[in-house]
Design a protein around this ligand. Structure first.
Ligand code: CU1
Ligand code: CU1
Length: 340
Protein backbone atom coordinates (compact mmCIF):
# COMPACT_ATOMS: atom_id res chain seq x y z
CA UNK A 1 0.00 0.00 0.00
CA UNK A 2 1.33 3.41 -0.87
CA UNK A 3 0.41 6.45 1.16
CA UNK A 4 0.90 9.98 -0.03
CA UNK A 5 0.70 13.01 2.21
CA UNK A 6 -1.31 15.62 0.42
CA UNK A 7 -1.39 15.95 -3.32
CA UNK A 8 1.84 17.84 -3.81
CA UNK A 9 4.23 16.39 -1.28
CA UNK A 10 6.36 13.74 -2.92
CA UNK A 11 6.51 11.68 0.24
CA UNK A 12 5.53 8.07 -0.23
CA UNK A 13 5.84 5.07 2.00
CA UNK A 14 5.43 1.66 0.52
CA UNK A 15 4.99 -0.22 3.75
CA UNK A 16 3.80 0.59 7.24
CA UNK A 17 4.43 3.74 9.23
CA UNK A 18 7.89 3.85 10.79
CA UNK A 19 8.39 4.18 14.54
CA UNK A 20 10.36 7.04 16.04
CA UNK A 21 12.26 5.90 19.13
CA UNK A 22 13.75 7.47 22.24
CA UNK A 23 17.41 7.71 21.24
CA UNK A 24 18.59 6.76 24.72
CA UNK A 25 16.58 3.55 24.74
CA UNK A 26 17.31 2.23 21.28
CA UNK A 27 20.87 1.31 20.29
CA UNK A 28 19.92 0.93 16.63
CA UNK A 29 18.54 4.47 16.49
CA UNK A 30 21.73 5.87 18.02
CA UNK A 31 23.94 4.14 15.49
CA UNK A 32 21.76 4.78 12.46
CA UNK A 33 21.23 8.45 13.28
CA UNK A 34 24.98 9.07 13.63
CA UNK A 35 25.83 7.07 10.51
CA UNK A 36 23.08 8.67 8.46
CA UNK A 37 24.04 12.22 9.41
CA UNK A 38 27.66 11.61 8.45
CA UNK A 39 26.55 10.05 5.16
CA UNK A 40 24.34 13.07 4.37
CA UNK A 41 27.37 15.31 4.99
CA UNK A 42 29.11 13.39 2.18
CA UNK A 43 26.07 13.20 -0.09
CA UNK A 44 26.06 15.67 -2.98
CA UNK A 45 23.20 14.18 -4.94
CA UNK A 46 21.30 17.47 -5.09
CA UNK A 47 23.90 18.82 -7.51
CA UNK A 48 23.63 22.28 -5.93
CA UNK A 49 26.80 24.38 -5.67
CA UNK A 50 27.74 27.45 -3.64
CA UNK A 51 28.01 29.41 -6.89
CA UNK A 52 24.45 28.53 -7.84
CA UNK A 53 23.34 29.82 -4.44
CA UNK A 54 25.15 33.13 -4.99
CA UNK A 55 28.24 32.65 -2.83
CA UNK A 56 31.32 34.30 -4.40
CA UNK A 57 34.38 32.36 -5.52
CA UNK A 58 34.90 28.91 -6.93
CA UNK A 59 31.87 26.64 -6.97
CA UNK A 60 31.78 24.08 -4.14
CA UNK A 61 29.25 21.28 -3.97
CA UNK A 62 26.71 21.62 -1.14
CA UNK A 63 25.90 18.46 0.79
CA UNK A 64 22.34 17.33 1.37
CA UNK A 65 22.89 17.88 5.09
CA UNK A 66 23.93 21.49 4.52
CA UNK A 67 20.99 22.15 2.20
CA UNK A 68 18.76 21.68 5.26
CA UNK A 69 20.93 24.14 7.23
CA UNK A 70 20.47 26.71 4.47
CA UNK A 71 16.73 26.09 4.18
CA UNK A 72 16.32 26.76 7.88
CA UNK A 73 18.43 29.90 7.67
CA UNK A 74 16.46 31.26 4.68
CA UNK A 75 13.03 30.72 6.23
CA UNK A 76 14.12 31.98 9.67
CA UNK A 77 15.36 35.20 8.12
CA UNK A 78 12.24 35.70 5.96
CA UNK A 79 10.06 38.05 8.01
CA UNK A 80 6.29 37.72 7.54
CA UNK A 81 5.24 40.31 6.59
CA UNK A 82 8.54 41.91 5.53
CA UNK A 83 9.79 44.25 8.27
CA UNK A 84 7.43 42.68 10.78
CA UNK A 85 8.28 44.20 14.15
CA UNK A 86 7.05 41.20 16.14
CA UNK A 87 9.84 39.12 14.65
CA UNK A 88 7.54 36.52 13.07
CA UNK A 89 9.32 34.72 10.24
CA UNK A 90 8.50 31.97 7.76
CA UNK A 91 9.23 29.18 10.27
CA UNK A 92 9.10 30.60 13.82
CA UNK A 93 7.33 32.97 16.22
CA UNK A 94 4.00 32.17 14.63
CA UNK A 95 1.54 29.32 14.08
CA UNK A 96 3.60 27.79 11.29
CA UNK A 97 6.30 26.77 13.77
CA UNK A 98 5.05 23.22 14.38
CA UNK A 99 3.94 22.21 10.83
CA UNK A 100 7.03 23.79 9.25
CA UNK A 101 9.40 21.73 11.39
CA UNK A 102 7.29 18.58 11.00
CA UNK A 103 7.72 18.92 7.23
CA UNK A 104 11.45 19.54 7.58
CA UNK A 105 11.87 16.45 9.76
CA UNK A 106 9.89 14.29 7.33
CA UNK A 107 12.14 15.25 4.44
CA UNK A 108 15.30 14.86 6.51
CA UNK A 109 14.16 11.47 7.78
CA UNK A 110 13.49 10.32 4.21
CA UNK A 111 17.03 11.28 3.16
CA UNK A 112 18.40 9.35 6.14
CA UNK A 113 16.46 6.26 5.05
CA UNK A 114 17.86 6.65 1.54
CA UNK A 115 21.54 6.96 2.47
CA UNK A 116 21.26 4.29 5.16
CA UNK A 117 19.39 1.91 2.88
CA UNK A 118 17.12 1.37 5.87
CA UNK A 119 13.45 1.67 4.83
CA UNK A 120 12.15 1.22 8.38
CA UNK A 121 14.40 3.86 9.97
CA UNK A 122 12.53 6.44 12.07
CA UNK A 123 14.14 9.64 13.29
CA UNK A 124 14.91 9.32 17.03
CA UNK A 125 13.96 11.96 19.59
CA UNK A 126 15.65 13.28 22.72
CA UNK A 127 13.22 13.34 25.64
CA UNK A 128 14.87 16.39 27.22
CA UNK A 129 12.20 16.57 29.91
CA UNK A 130 13.42 13.25 31.30
CA UNK A 131 16.97 14.59 31.45
CA UNK A 132 15.69 17.81 33.00
CA UNK A 133 14.18 15.78 35.84
CA UNK A 134 17.58 14.38 36.76
CA UNK A 135 20.07 15.94 39.12
CA UNK A 136 22.71 17.86 37.19
CA UNK A 137 25.35 17.34 36.06
CA UNK A 138 25.15 15.38 33.81
CA UNK A 139 21.93 14.78 31.91
CA UNK A 140 22.16 11.29 30.58
CA UNK A 141 22.29 12.09 26.87
CA UNK A 142 25.61 13.80 27.29
CA UNK A 143 27.19 10.85 29.04
CA UNK A 144 26.87 8.73 25.89
CA UNK A 145 29.50 9.87 23.45
CA UNK A 146 28.31 7.31 20.96
CA UNK A 147 24.99 9.13 20.69
CA UNK A 148 25.96 12.70 19.86
CA UNK A 149 29.22 13.56 21.60
CA UNK A 150 29.83 16.11 24.32
CA UNK A 151 30.56 19.79 24.69
CA UNK A 152 33.31 22.13 23.48
CA UNK A 153 34.39 24.56 20.79
CA UNK A 154 34.95 22.41 18.90
CA UNK A 155 33.27 19.25 20.08
CA UNK A 156 35.97 16.55 19.87
CA UNK A 157 34.11 13.44 21.06
CA UNK A 158 31.44 11.23 19.55
CA UNK A 159 30.37 10.73 15.94
CA UNK A 160 30.35 14.48 15.18
CA UNK A 161 33.65 15.27 16.91
CA UNK A 162 36.38 17.28 15.20
CA UNK A 163 39.82 15.71 14.83
CA UNK A 164 42.42 18.44 14.23
CA UNK A 165 44.82 15.78 12.89
CA UNK A 166 42.28 14.68 10.30
CA UNK A 167 39.89 17.56 9.63
CA UNK A 168 38.76 16.41 6.20
CA UNK A 169 37.38 13.18 7.69
CA UNK A 170 35.63 15.06 10.51
CA UNK A 171 32.11 16.40 10.80
CA UNK A 172 32.49 20.04 9.74
CA UNK A 173 30.38 23.19 9.66
CA UNK A 174 30.56 25.07 6.34
CA UNK A 175 27.71 27.56 6.58
CA UNK A 176 27.29 29.78 9.62
CA UNK A 177 25.48 32.95 10.58
CA UNK A 178 27.60 36.01 11.31
CA UNK A 179 26.91 36.88 14.95
CA UNK A 180 27.14 40.62 14.26
CA UNK A 181 25.46 41.10 10.89
CA UNK A 182 23.17 38.07 10.76
CA UNK A 183 24.44 37.29 7.25
CA UNK A 184 25.18 33.79 6.04
CA UNK A 185 28.89 33.01 5.70
CA UNK A 186 30.65 30.23 3.80
CA UNK A 187 33.62 28.71 5.61
CA UNK A 188 35.37 26.84 2.80
CA UNK A 189 37.65 24.79 5.03
CA UNK A 190 34.90 23.93 7.45
CA UNK A 191 35.27 23.94 11.22
CA UNK A 192 34.28 21.76 14.14
CA UNK A 193 30.86 21.87 15.75
CA UNK A 194 30.44 24.21 18.75
CA UNK A 195 28.48 23.47 21.92
CA UNK A 196 28.49 25.07 25.36
CA UNK A 197 26.22 22.78 27.33
CA UNK A 198 24.49 24.16 30.41
CA UNK A 199 26.47 27.42 30.33
CA UNK A 200 23.55 29.86 29.99
CA UNK A 201 22.41 31.15 33.42
CA UNK A 202 18.67 30.75 33.98
CA UNK A 203 18.20 28.07 31.33
CA UNK A 204 18.02 24.63 32.92
CA UNK A 205 16.63 21.84 30.76
CA UNK A 206 12.81 21.70 30.81
CA UNK A 207 11.24 18.99 32.98
CA UNK A 208 8.51 16.42 32.38
CA UNK A 209 6.31 18.43 34.78
CA UNK A 210 6.58 21.41 32.45
CA UNK A 211 5.58 19.25 29.50
CA UNK A 212 2.62 17.85 31.47
CA UNK A 213 1.58 21.37 32.42
CA UNK A 214 1.72 22.45 28.81
CA UNK A 215 -0.49 19.54 27.74
CA UNK A 216 -2.94 20.23 30.57
CA UNK A 217 -3.19 24.01 30.40
CA UNK A 218 -3.32 24.95 26.72
CA UNK A 219 -6.57 23.95 24.98
CA UNK A 220 -6.16 26.37 22.06
CA UNK A 221 -3.49 26.03 19.38
CA UNK A 222 -2.68 29.70 18.78
CA UNK A 223 -4.24 33.14 19.05
CA UNK A 224 -3.95 36.72 17.75
CA UNK A 225 -1.62 38.41 17.15
CA UNK A 226 -0.04 35.12 16.01
CA UNK A 227 3.46 35.96 17.18
CA UNK A 228 5.96 35.51 20.02
CA UNK A 229 3.52 37.13 22.47
CA UNK A 230 0.46 34.97 21.75
CA UNK A 231 -1.37 32.83 24.25
CA UNK A 232 -1.85 29.16 23.32
CA UNK A 233 -0.13 25.84 22.88
CA UNK A 234 2.20 26.73 20.02
CA UNK A 235 3.84 29.73 21.63
CA UNK A 236 4.12 27.96 24.99
CA UNK A 237 5.89 24.98 23.37
CA UNK A 238 8.03 27.18 21.13
CA UNK A 239 9.20 28.82 24.36
CA UNK A 240 8.50 32.54 24.17
CA UNK A 241 6.27 32.59 27.24
CA UNK A 242 8.59 34.59 29.45
CA UNK A 243 9.17 35.58 32.13
CA UNK A 244 8.66 32.13 33.53
CA UNK A 245 10.35 28.77 33.53
CA UNK A 246 8.69 27.23 30.48
CA UNK A 247 11.09 28.00 27.70
CA UNK A 248 10.78 24.42 26.41
CA UNK A 249 11.96 24.32 22.75
CA UNK A 250 13.85 27.62 22.93
CA UNK A 251 15.35 26.68 26.26
CA UNK A 252 16.84 23.52 24.78
CA UNK A 253 18.54 25.52 22.02
CA UNK A 254 19.97 27.89 24.64
CA UNK A 255 20.97 25.07 27.00
CA UNK A 256 23.03 23.44 24.25
CA UNK A 257 24.47 26.76 23.09
CA UNK A 258 27.16 27.20 20.44
CA UNK A 259 25.85 26.50 16.96
CA UNK A 260 22.34 25.85 18.33
CA UNK A 261 21.94 29.59 18.99
CA UNK A 262 21.80 30.71 15.36
CA UNK A 263 19.47 30.60 12.36
CA UNK A 264 21.88 27.91 11.11
CA UNK A 265 21.11 25.77 14.19
CA UNK A 266 20.57 22.56 12.13
CA UNK A 267 24.37 22.57 11.91
CA UNK A 268 24.17 20.63 15.18
CA UNK A 269 22.55 17.22 14.61
CA UNK A 270 21.00 17.59 18.08
CA UNK A 271 18.68 20.11 16.40
CA UNK A 272 16.80 17.13 14.92
CA UNK A 273 16.60 15.29 18.24
CA UNK A 274 15.18 18.40 19.91
CA UNK A 275 12.66 19.05 17.16
CA UNK A 276 11.59 15.42 17.02
CA UNK A 277 10.72 15.70 20.70
CA UNK A 278 8.87 18.98 20.07
CA UNK A 279 6.92 17.20 17.32
CA UNK A 280 6.17 14.35 19.73
CA UNK A 281 4.73 16.76 22.29
CA UNK A 282 2.58 18.34 19.56
CA UNK A 283 1.37 14.87 18.52
CA UNK A 284 0.41 14.10 22.15
CA UNK A 285 -1.49 17.40 22.33
CA UNK A 286 -3.45 16.64 19.15
CA UNK A 287 -4.26 13.09 20.24
CA UNK A 288 -5.66 14.25 23.59
CA UNK A 289 -7.86 16.88 21.91
CA UNK A 290 -8.27 17.23 18.19
CA UNK A 291 -6.10 17.90 15.18
CA UNK A 292 -6.92 21.57 15.05
CA UNK A 293 -4.92 24.50 13.71
CA UNK A 294 -5.38 28.24 13.62
CA UNK A 295 -5.60 30.57 11.75
CA UNK A 296 -7.59 29.65 8.66
CA UNK A 297 -7.46 31.75 5.48
CA UNK A 298 -10.66 33.51 6.61
CA UNK A 299 -9.30 34.66 9.99
CA UNK A 300 -9.07 38.48 10.03
CA UNK A 301 -5.45 39.58 10.42
CA UNK A 302 -4.05 36.10 9.86
CA UNK A 303 -0.44 36.38 8.70
CA UNK A 304 0.35 35.13 5.20
CA UNK A 305 2.55 31.98 5.17
CA UNK A 306 1.04 30.96 8.54
CA UNK A 307 -2.55 30.10 7.54
CA UNK A 308 -4.07 26.64 7.30
CA UNK A 309 -3.64 26.12 3.57
CA UNK A 310 -0.71 28.43 2.82
CA UNK A 311 2.03 26.64 0.91
CA UNK A 312 5.26 25.65 2.62
CA UNK A 313 8.07 25.27 0.11
CA UNK A 314 11.05 23.11 0.89
CA UNK A 315 14.18 24.59 -0.74
CA UNK A 316 15.81 21.15 -0.55
CA UNK A 317 13.45 19.62 -3.12
CA UNK A 318 10.37 20.27 -5.23
CA UNK A 319 8.13 19.02 -2.43
CA UNK A 320 5.64 21.42 -0.90
CA UNK A 321 2.98 21.08 1.75
CA UNK A 322 0.55 23.07 3.91
CA UNK A 323 -0.20 23.11 7.65
CA UNK A 324 -3.45 21.26 6.86
CA UNK A 325 -1.47 18.39 5.36
CA UNK A 326 0.83 18.22 8.37
CA UNK A 327 -1.88 17.72 11.02
CA UNK A 328 -2.41 13.98 10.65
CA UNK A 329 0.65 12.03 9.51
CA UNK A 330 0.02 8.80 11.42
CA UNK A 331 0.29 6.91 8.13
CA UNK A 332 3.96 7.98 7.96
CA UNK A 333 5.24 7.56 11.52
CA UNK A 334 4.27 7.03 15.13
CA UNK A 335 6.18 7.46 18.39
CA UNK A 336 7.20 4.61 20.67
CA UNK A 337 5.78 6.58 23.61
CA UNK A 338 3.99 9.89 24.06
CA UNK A 339 4.22 12.30 27.00
CA UNK A 340 1.20 12.77 29.27
CU1 CU1 B 1 13.67 26.20 13.56
CU1 CU1 C 1 14.42 24.90 17.08
Amino acid sequence: MATTVGTRMERKVTDMAVVRHNILKDATSIQEFADGVNLLKQDFSSGVTTAALGFPGAAMPVSTYDMFVLWHFVDMTTLTPPGNASGRNAAHRGPIFLPWHRFMLLLFEEHLRRVLGAPSFGLPYWDWGADGDMPVPPPVLWTIDAAVGGTGEPVTTGPFGFDAMNPSASFRVFFEQDADTGAILLNREGRGLRRQLAQAPGFPLPTTAEVSGLLRDEPSYDNPNWNAFSLGFRNHLEGWRTPGPSTLHNGVHVWIGGDMGFATSPNDPVFYLNHCNVDRVWEAWMLQGSRTYAPTQATPGAPVRHRLVDEITSFVSQATTTPAEMLDVQALYTYDALPA
